[in-house]
Design a protein around this ligand. Structure first.
Ligand code: ADP
Length: 489
């Protein structure tokens, strides 16, 4: 089965600048690789500062007209884009699976999820209200009104090639901003196909501009945007190290920043939990996208009295997961994205075992005939806080389990990380649910729930997981600035 889109024009392999599809000005190219085999299957521009400058000048020229466009007219473009995303769901899903590797069923769900943000922000665009401020002076009028921040730079990762870009582009366009965007080098094709559909939806020239480049050239493209005063905001999803670098580079022009960075999510199973529900929740949260999600439970803490029951219910479920490429309709765990990912997962398992953890399942590459980047779903027990798999995100199909005895002890352990994106816990004691959710240091808390994603909810972290929120009405505010208007009669 081929994973290329039926609609040939959705396979775009050029930059999109000022409504023109174009190669890098210096003609350099970058190969897009099959995640399972690392074999190249497409070639895209490896852009440089000149391409970034052209994209920025297009976004800057398009800004005055787009920000003056009535919110309902902007919403109409977003609604058409939303409809096109859904009517091309299968083709987009194939592209996601082709370049990112996740099973088709997950890719279809990702397209629907991406589209849900576009619909949500189309609705928000027309429902944005400012304030009329009561004043003590009869002859004075005071208002607080929202306006778009201006040109926005958008940088996205590879793990959700459609959703990550949609949930930045949609609120930016709804707010009246124009955009320069750089997708991840591993997965540029989905992002370009989304832009093709935005073009088809009638988006005016210059409102979205997309430039593709290799990791080695990312600083050439992005630094140009960060140092330019015309870019007023950066929205980034990726690693904490790159996020810190981008924040430093943005400091001289004092840009607004939304940074959705790494996580190290704790998953707590208390003695009063419904163990079956906790296992279901862990399966949903841990193994989606092969564990390559920033909200994936990375540290699993189970109360000593229910530990064996939990592990005994979990093991057969993990054992049954089908590791296969997306061309297999029954695939549940696809390949990891690249060699770097496999090396990190392997080193975490090796380190854990060397330091006393017990490997109950998996722990190595799958040796799958479809390629070398498959990793067997893994369960580790007797994990401790100093092991590498507890200190850093593993970003793979590894369930690393520790035992705890008291609520105070587990809360201290759960919060003992610089990160604060997602946290999960299972308990049937209502008082404990309030207490524990209050105490967990995370932007997102799942209480007896493993799948939390929703366009209606504010997604984002605290501490080293960054700041800013995506989705919900707060996701629009991230692209707006407030103007206080004061008029004396
Ligand atoms: P990951 O480890 O998941 O790939 P990264 O933070 O490295 O996460 O990458 C996320 C995004 O940031 C990608 O689009 C990548 O190309 C981009 N990126 C990486 N390094 C830089 C850099 N120095 N400047 C700008 N963007 C970068």
């Amino acid at each position: 089965m081929s994973l290329l889109p039926h609609r040939a024009d959705l396979l775009r392999t050029q930059n999109f600048i000022n409504a023109r599809w174009c190669d890098a000005m210096d003609g350099r190219t970058l190969l897009v690789e099959d995640p399972a085999t690392a074999q190249p299957f497409a070639s895209v521009p490896d852009s440089s500062a000149a391409d970034a400058a052209a994209a920025l000048s297009a976004a800057s020229s398009a800004l005055p007209a787009w920000r003056r466009t009535a919110p309902r007219a902007r919403a109409a473009v977003l609604k058409r884009w939303h409809a096109l995303l859904l009517s091309n769901q299968e083709d987009l899903a194939r592209l996601i699976s082709r370049e990112q590797g996740k099973p088709l069923v997950e890719s279809r769900a990702e397209v629907a999820y991406a589209a849900s943000y576009v619909e949500w922000f189309a609705e928000e665009a027309a429902h944005l209200h400012g304030d009329v401020i009561p004043t003590p002076h009869a002859r004075r009028r005071m208002t607080a009104e929202w306006e778009p921040v201006g040109v926005v730079a958008v940088i996205t990762p590879w793990n959700f090639p459609a959703a990550m870009i949609a949930r930045k582009l949609a609120p930016a366009l709804a707010a009246g901003c124009t955009v320069v965007a750089k997708p991840a080098e591993d997965t540029p094709l989905t992002a370009l196909a989304l832009v093709r559909l935005a073009e088809e939806a009638g988006l005016p020239a210059g409102v979205i501009n997309m430039v593709v480049c290799s990791r080695e050239r990312a600083h050439l493209v992005v630094d140009l945007w960060l140092r330019d005063e015309r870019v007023r905001k950066l929205s980034f999803t990726g690693s904490t190290a790159v996020g810190q670098h981008l924040a430093r580079e943005s400091a001289t022009t004092l840009k607004r920043l939304s940074l959705e960075l790494g996580g190290n999510a704790p998953f707590l199973v208390f003695e009063d939990a419904d163990i079956g529900a906790a296992v279901d929740g862990l399966m949903a949260a841990k193994f989606r996208n092969g564990g390559q999600t920033c909200v994936s439970p990375n540290r699993i803490f189970v109360h000593r009295s229910v530990h064996n029951d939990f592990v005994n219910q979990l093991l057969p479920r993990v054992q049954q997961l089908k590791v296969a490429p997306a061309t297999d309709p029954s695939a549940q765990i696809g390949p990891m994205i690249n060699d770097r990912a496999i090396a990190k997962i392997t080193s975490h398992v090796t380190d854990a075992v060397a330091n006393g953890a017990q490997l109950l399942l998996g722990g190595h590459r799958s040796g799958h005939p479809a390629g070398g980047h498959f990793f067997d779903p893994t369960v580790l027990v007797q994990v401790t806080s100093t092991m590498a798999c507890s200190c850093e995100e593993t970003f793979g199909p590894v369930a690393a389990i520790s035992v705890f005895d008291t609520e105070d002890q587990v809360l201290e352990a759960a919060n003992a990380t610089p990160f604060g994106l997602a946290a999960y816990f299972y308990s049937q004691d209502i008082a404990r649910c309030w207490r524990v959710s209050d105490a967990l240091e995370a932007g997102i808390v799942g209480i007896n729930a493993g799948a939390l994603a929703s366009e209606a909810a504010p997604f984002g972290g605290i501490k080293a997981s960054g700041y800013g929120r995506e989705g919900s009405r707060h996701g629009l505010v991230d692209y707006l600035q407030m103007k206080f208007r004061c008029q004396d009669a």
